[in-house]
Design a protein around this ligand. Sequence first.
Ligand code: HEM
Length: 184
Amino acid sequence: MIKTWSIFVVLLLPLFDLAFQVMVVEVTDPIKYIYTYTGTMAIILLFTATSLSLIKNKINLIIHRRMIGLFAFFYAFLHFCNFYVFDAELDVDFVVKESLDKPFVYLGMISFSILIFMAVTSTRKLYRKFNKYHRFIYLVLILITIHFVMAQKALSIAQWVYLLLIIIIICFKIKQRKDLISKY
Ligand code: HEM
């Protein structure tokens, strides 16, 4: 049985690695590096949390889904802070201009707003009331995939592989949903 604390430590390690890369290694373009690191962590953890039900017959990690989802939110929050604090330097005009110039930015904003709602309503009490709205995760997965692709000038081989993985997971989730609906 995988212990919750061990998953917590594993999900926290990238934060220490990111801090080490930015503050010790001193990567050349820290803002771009933080975007890539936090954005990639958030998208990987969101798809992992969503895919747990697909593999639960083989390895059941469903009890850790909430924690993995909250860590995805945490890295998306760091990603947003990188944008608003470091890139925009708290300049709201820049945020508005950037969002209008780069449509992928407001796709990120819409997704992040939905993730805030899902993080807040993931507590036991609120989840009972709002769990049906957690299906918005499918909209977030699609918007974030478009955001990720549009953020690239050109997709690298690795990113094409990501995209293929993302499309496969979305197809399996749609099939799982269809099977669930047809059962009732
Ligand atoms: C709060 C709203 C968001 C803003 C303002 C935002 C902004 C950005 C920007 C400016 C970039 C391009 C960085 C560059 O290449 O220079 C980017 C890339 C990216 N974002 Fe976001 N984003 C937001 C939300 C999200 C969320 C919620 C996720 C995932 C759950 C995400 C995942 C990504 C990924 C994977 C990339 C590509 C990184 C790369 O390959 O270099 N973003 N974002």
